[in-house]
Design a protein around this ligand. Structure first.
Ligand code: NAD
Length: 519
């Protein structure tokens, strides 16, 4: 009943009572403009991470359903690509308005399925909304180039054109933002899109599809399938899919990059991370400790840009006890409870993995200064909660340093100098994000220039670029050559056609065949 109350404004096509015997609601597929019940015999339970109650079931789409989705995307493409750019822009302008009007409803659904706090879930929708707003600038973003009079009577110009059918595969941790990095950008360029949301949090994508339909997107321009490996393989292999956008773990990302590329597709894959916050002793202590705690433990550390590793340089190591005090004060609770700072992890398996990584720290000689493993949340005893955890005396060869923990765990290293800190960060294989905290401009500049990480914050703990720029994680955090959103996103979803055109006056006709290469 809680689920069906989620939205007061839009009707709920994403869940409805199951046609099967149980009363567990099912998530629909979105095929050719209709929210349809899957005929699959393979279903996955969706749990509320704060209680582990089953709140719904999502199908693993059948081959016939996935085929129908592609046929629909393919059929819709020519007319959508041919729709004037101003009309496509109008759809997105209406869409950003509808997302704003329904932001709180989408956020409630995210909290229910994913567990993050309501305020954080609103941020999830908001950051995706900003990409939709930026996509509304398509009329200038998609412009080609021109060069008149390259020789007598001859002009050269290029168009940016859509690719055809594109596809997206999303992770569980940002149920709204990450799908919104994908299909609005692709579709505004004139592509049609096949989306596969994370099977753990499919609801927000279905609600976003309903809002897009209400904004005037024609049937077939967006189709949604659900599932796991079979759906992923289908996307990687299908000859009608021209490009794949993936966000998620390295294990899945490397696989999808290679399998998709082997089938001749463009693939962009944003993957895992280990983000370091370097704390200089001259930093503003109050701000730095608050920012570090917020960025390490917010969203229970389940962000690819979580600041999960602190490097305290020189005298900054003395701030450790205060860091622990601040982390201790965070309130762990179900995401819909007032005052919650962080919610549960996504699954019991995720909790177990995080606890094992904390154990490995103890076994390998680190010290646990704050231990969240035994936390009990009143009224939510079955939830997947781990409280804020701080591990100090960590060395780069320890498992808790090498692995992406993806939980509310901050590992702390210490160095004497900035140079040593830079060396540690550059030796780590990931290059998603990093931050330096300092009041010295020269120190900040040196760090920003020498660190080999794609997104750098100076006194900014989570430097995710706004959508007029692109999300530029590097090294092991990214495979591909064109990033998500911004100008790079437009490039990813378009191809160039270059036209060389000659219009001579009638009396300037060629008198004989031009057999020599034109120069
Ligand atoms: P995940 O890789 O388990 O799942 C992502 C998607 O891939 C899902 O749709 C899933 O169905 C599919 N998938 C899962 N395992 C697969 C496999 N073995 N083969 C093929 N497909 C598979 O990731 P997740 O747990 O949902 O998300 C967390 C991960 O995503 C973290 O590593 C995090 O750092 C990363 N992430 C990265 C960014 C970024 O922009 N760099 C953003 C968010 C999350």
């Amino acid at each position: 009943a809680r689920i069906l109350q989620v939205s007061s404004k839009v009707k709920s096509p994403w869940y409805s009572a199951s046609p099967f015997s149980s009363s567990v609601p099912t998530v629909k597929l979105f095929i050719d403009g209709k929210f349809v019940e899957s005929k699959s015999d393979k279903w996955i339970d969706i749990h509320n991470p704060a209680t582990n109650e089953v709140i719904g079931r999502v199908p693993q789409a059948t081959k016939a359903e996935m085929d129908a989705a592609i046929v629909s995307c393919k059929r819709a493409f020519p007319a959508w690509a041919d729709t004037s750019i101003l009309s496509r822009q109008q759809v997105l302008l209406r869409y950003q308005q509808l997302i704003k009007e329904n932001l709180k409803e989408i956020a409630k659904l995210i909290t229910l399925e994913q567990g993050k706090t309501l305020a954080d879930a609103e941020g999830d929708v908001f950051r995706g909304l900003q990409v939709v707003e930026h996509a509304c600038s398509v009329t200038s973003l998609m412009m080609g180039e021109t060069m008149p009079s390259i020789t007598k009577d001859m002009d050269l110009y290029s168009y940016r054109l859509p690719l055809g059918v594109c596809a997206g595969i999303a992770p569980f941790n940002f149920p709204a933002m990450i799908p919104l990095w994908m299909f609005p950008m692709a579709m505004v360029c004139g592509n049609t899109f096949l989306m596969k949301p994370s099977e753990r949090v499919p609801g927000a994508t279905i609600l976003l599809a309903k809002l897009l339909q209400d904004s005037g997107a024609p049937d077939g321009t967006l189709n949604i399938i659900h599932g796991q490996h079979e759906a992923v393989n289908f996307i990687c292999d299908h000859p009608d899919i021209k490009a794949i956008s993936f966000v998620g773990s390295n294990q899945a990302g490397e696989y999808i990059f290679e399998r998709g590329s082997r089938h001749g597709k463009r693939v962009q894959a944003n993957m895992g991370a280990k983000n370091h916050g370097v704390v200089m002793p001259d930093a503003n202590k109050e701000n730095t400790l608050n920012q570090l705690v917020g960025a390490a433990f917010g969203a229970a550390g389940q962000r690819c840009m979580a600041l999960s590793t602190a490097i305290l340089v020189g005298e900054a190591r003395k701030w450790l006890p205060e860091l622990v005090e601040r982390a201790k004060n965070l309130r762990v609770n179900a995401g819909d409870q007032p005052g919650a700072d962080l919610g549960p992890l996504i699954t019991p398996q995720a909790k177990e993995r995080v606890c094992n990584l904390i154990d490995s720290g103890t076994k390998e000689g680190a010290s646990i200064l704050l231990d969240g493993r035994k936390i009990k949340v009143k009224g939510y005893e079955n939830g997947n909660f781990v409280g804020p955890t701080i591990i100090s005396n960590v060395k780069p060869n320890m498992t808790c340093y090498k692995e992406e923990i993806f939980g509310p765990v901050l590992v702390v290293l210490e160095t004497e100098t900035l140079d040593e800190a830079i060396q540690i960060v550059n030796n780590n294989p990931y290059g998603n994000g990093t931050a330096i905290f300092t009041t010295n401009g020269a120190t900040a500049r040196k760090y920003a220039h020498l660190v080999d990480v794609g997104q750098v914050g100076v006194n900014v703990p989570i430097p995710v670029p706004l959508p007029m720029f692109s999300f530029t994680g590097s090294r092991s955090s990214f495979r591909g050559d064109t990033n998500f959103y911004g100008k790079q996103g437009i490039q990813f979803y378009t191809q160039l056609k270059t036209i060389t055109s000659q219009w001579k006056e009638e009396d300037a006709t060629l008198s004989s065949p031009a057999v020599v290469m034109p120069t």
